[in-house]
Ligand binder design. Structure first.
Ligand code: HEM
Length: 505
């Protein structure tokens, strides 16, 4: 906690850290605005570029794609499917891929952007979490970004279903099963989504969700977040907290905007390169969907793997008959666990403030090691998500390592329960150790390995003093003692022995 924050905590009237007031008031003109540079800003720019690429390529796809499950006979150039009965959706996606000039490039670039976007957003959320960038007054920004991420998952899933190939059909079949497993509303939900018996009119129903509803929602959420960020100003990285030069940040317009535009152009170029060189979703090889068939090794796009994994980790036979309904816990438990997980992620800033009694505005980002409990919690959350995700590919893991699927599932079930608490404690301890080492270096300088003998006969190691900007990074402003020993030492009234610095300095 900074000295300002200590004063504010004693007098819990919410007010701004005066250090952030530079050029950030609502009245500041665009030219006066400044932003702090942090490497994690990169993820926000990459997400923005992915959205632009998705919108541009998506609009081009709309010209040829036909959102219809009506059957036609395939008569395109892809020989293996000649004469097959396929849906118009599949047929038009084949036409985009094999007959339209540049169609395959556009489709694959669209799909690659859809894969990179959730990854960039997850990294953006993680960077915000570990640096405490979600704290007051940016709590609403965190909520908006998390909701935008969840909407992106729905957008990706609905897009994945549109080609109506064997892979997307398998995914949809699983979703139908999950919906039917929800008591009371499940049947209604499934018939509303699928418009009758599988596959029904699912392509027709998902199309507007994919091209209008989710893109509009993502845009609204991210614009609201951008507005909040504009009004509140950017938080300052820990290193810049006490460096007058870094405190200035960069002019939002035109400097930071031009940098972001350059990075967006690079991102778009990489996505096009991926689309041109790396096969993704080869629907010609998968073939059209068939309600009774499933391709071996079918996998969802990576960002939906955790849901699939949650379903696979439930022990077999979890079912009961209560109040005249069948309660399929094999479906309900994963839904509740995953829903609860994301609910906790969304409300985390509010829960954290409530638990710690924090009423202060924070404008300086933390170094993750300086907040061991939060960092431990973040790693525990990642391990939980990671285990669910790995379970989504349990069959692939079993094949790759020559194991039985059952043994992989058992290992992952144990990991799901024990992994988060163990990783929490291990991370917390590592952070405490790193913080102790930082303080040691800040207080006594870097070890040089040179031992000198003093006139008194005592041997001491020569220490190299820490340069100013580095010192600002290492010192924890007003942070609590990292260990019990440190707490005792800080209470010791005896003067500390001054650090011995290099004779050269
Ligand atoms: C303005 C926004 C968007 C428009 C107009 C759009 C349009 C389309 C259209 C027409 C298709 C069907 C053609 C095809 O399957 O090749 C499609 C497929 C797809 N979309 Fe989008 N989309 C948009 C945004 C998104 C977003 C935000 C994501 C993901 C986060 C996404 C992911 C996908 C995926 C994975 C496919 C399947 C591609 C494939 O065939 O392999 N789209 N999109």
């Amino acid at each position: 906690m900074t000295a300002t924050e200590v004063v504010m905590r004693r007098n819990p009237v919410r007010r701004r850290d005066p250090l952030t007031a530079f050029g950030q008031g609502p009245a500041a003109t665009l030219g006066q605005r400044r932003v702090h540079l942090h490497w994690a800003n990169l993820f926000g720019v990459v997400s923005f570029a992915c959205l632009l690429v998705l919108a541009a390529t998506g609009v081009v796809l709309m010209f040829t794609y036909v959102p219809s499950g009506d059957l036609v006979t395939y008569d395109g150039p892809h020989e293996p499917l000649a004469g097959a009965r396929v849906s118009k959706a599949f047929d038009s996606t084949m036409e985009i891929s094999f007959e339209q000039a540049g169609g395959m490039l556009i489709r694959q670039t669209h799909h690659w952007a859809g894969l990179v976007l959730p990854a960039a957003m997850i990294l953006q959320l993680l960077a915000l979490f570990f640096t405490g960038g979600f704290r007051r007054p940016r709590r609403a920004g965190w909520v908006l970004l998390t909701l935008a991420f969840l909407t992106v998952l729905v957008a990706g899933w609905s897009g994945y279903a549109l080609p109506d190939d064997m892979l997307s059909g398998t995914g949809l079949r699983i979703v139908e099963g999950v919906m039917l497993g929800i008591p009371v509303v499940g049947t209604w939900l499934a018939s509303w989504t699928f418009g009758g018996r599988f596959p029904g009119e699912v392509v027709e129903n998902l199309y507007p969700v994919h091209v209008v509803v989710t893109p509009a929602l993502i845009a609204v959420l991210l614009l609201a977040r951008a507005r909040l960020a504009y009004v509140r100003g950017s938080a300052r990285p820990a290193a810049a907290a006490r460096s007058p030069h870094a405190t200035l940040g960069m002019r939002l317009w035109p400097d930071a905007a031009l940098r972001a535009a350059g990075l967006s152009a690079i991102t778009a170029a990489v996505l096009v390169l991926l689309g041109a060189t790396s096969t993704i979703s080869p629907i010609g090889s998968y073939g059209p969907t068939a309600a009774g068939d499933v391709g071996a090794g079918s996998q969802p796009d990576w960002y939906m793997g955790f849901l699939d994994g949650a379903l696979r980790l439930v022990p077999a036979g979890w079912e009961a008959e209560w109040f005249g309904w069948t309660w399929t816990f094999a479906v309900l438990v994963p839904l509740l666990v995953v829903g609860g997980y994301f609910l906790l992620v969304v409300v985390h800033p509010f829960v954290a403030d409530w638990v710690t009694g924090d009423t202060v505005e924070h404008h300086v980002l933390d170094r993750p090691r300086n907040v061991p409990a939060r960092t431990g919690l973040g790693v525990a959350g990642m391990v939980f998500y990671g285990v669910l995700w790995a379970a989504g590919g349990a069959d692939i893991l079993a094949t790759a390592f020559g194991l039985t699927v059952e043994s992989v599932i058992t290992v992952l079930q144990v990991a799901l329960v024990t992994g988060p608490p163990l990783s929490f404690e291990a991370t917390r301890r590592i952070c405490v150790g790193l913080r102790r080492r930082d303080r040691e270096i800040a207080r006594h300088g870097y070890a040089t390995g040179r031992i000198v003998r003093l006139a008194s006969g005592e041997y001491v190691e020569v220490r190299r003093p820490v340069p100013g900007p580095e010192l600002a990074r290492l010192e924890v402003p007003g942070g609590a003692p990292a260990t019990r020993g440190e707490a005792l030492r800080s209470r010791d009234p005896r003067p500390q022995r001054p650090a011995r610095t290099s004779p050269d300095s």
